[in-house]
Design a protein around this ligand. Structure first.
Ligand SMILES: C[S@@+](CC[C@H](N)C(=O)[O-])C[C@H]1O[C@@H](n2cnc3c(N)ncnc32)[C@H](O)[C@@H]1O
Length: 274
């Protein structure tokens, strides 16, 4: 059965898992340089995993869960109370999250914020403070089952705070890499160079495509997903396979236009087996 990640995450690949799984080549270890909520990790079965991301709060949460196990799940659950589901408590706990240096507390609060913030938004201000507003959900779900599933698989996983370039360069023969970077903008009018999702702009997108080609050249297959735009089709032109998907998403920035966005899966360096 398809497993939901325990975090809400922008750009999660839960919706197109089957298509991704069908193209991912076999290998000993799966490397995800942009792991996010780990939708692909929790729904595949590789012997080993290297899971990295540049979001420190995310990686600290995974490391704490891996280290402490079930006890930490119980600790996280203790924040999901009726009393904590109000605007005033949310903003107090958000303040505590932003000021504490206790990694265990910060990690549990990251999960609390993820489930209580508006739309599961993970947003930081220029000083690095979490600033997503309260979501006003009647009863935020505590993702116990999702955490347990994640924990079970964490024993064969290494979690790492790292930039994608470092993670990709560390790949060796026998590895398979799945790259799910922040999306390139859909509209040609969007200013790409100033577009940043955590500072991920055109330069990074090009570096990623170059690294994918380089790894493929030394026998490590790399699958990349992104919006299908003129830019990505050009950047991924050396891929051995490109598959196009239509995915239902909010594509307008003012949120009033639910439409279909074309996505591309580009595989560098291996043939599809299916
Ligand atoms: C589209 S999301 C990945 C979603 C993931 N596949 C999932 O199913 O949830 C992109 C991720 O890239 C991370 N990221 C952004 N810039 C990065 C960088 N330079 N290096 C590594 N990770 C980065 C973000 O923190 C975010 O988690």
């Amino acid at each position: 059965m398809k497993q939901r990640p325990f975090l809400k995450w922008a750009g999660s690949k839960y919706q197109i898992l089957e298509q991704i799984a069908a193209v991912l080549p076999p290998g000993r270890r799966l490397i995800e340089p942009f792991v996010g909520s780990g939708a692909v990790f929790v729904n595949t079965d590789y012997k080993q995993y290297l899971l990295a991301d540049s979001n420190q709060d995310l990686i600290n949460l995974y490391l704490t869960l891996q280290d402490e196990g079930a006890e930490f799940i119980g600790y996280c659950r203790s924040f999901f109370t009726q009393e904590n589901n109000s605007g005033s408590r949310y903003y107090e706990l958000r303040q505590e999250f932003n000021s504490t240096s206790d990694i265990r507390l910060k990690s549990a609060l990251f999960l609390y914020l993820n489930r209580h913030a508006y739309n599961g938004l993970c947003r930081y201000n220029a000083k690095g403070g979490f600033n997503a507003p309260f979501g006003q959900y009647r009863q935020p779900h505590f993702p116990e089952q999702g955490m347990r599933h994640f924990l079970n698989k964490a024993s064969r996983s290494t979690f790492k705070l790292a930039d994608f370039k470092e993670t990709m360069r560390s790949a060796q023969e026998g590895d398979v890499v799945y790259c799910d970077p922040p999306y390139v903008p859909l509209s040609a009018t969007a200013n790409f160079t100033s577009y940043s999702s955590g500072g991920f702009g055109q330069e990074q997108q090009v570096q990623l495509a170059e690294l994918a080609q380089e790894l493929a050249g030394r026998g490590v297959p790399v699958l990349v997903s992104n919006h299908a735009t003129e830019f990505t089709l050009n950047a991924y032109k050396s891929a051995s396979v490109r598959i196009f998907l239509s995915v239902q998403r909010y594509i307008s920035c003012n949120g009033d236009n639910r439409g279909k966005a074309e996505e591309v899966l580009a595989l560098f360096g291996a043939e599809v087996i299916a």
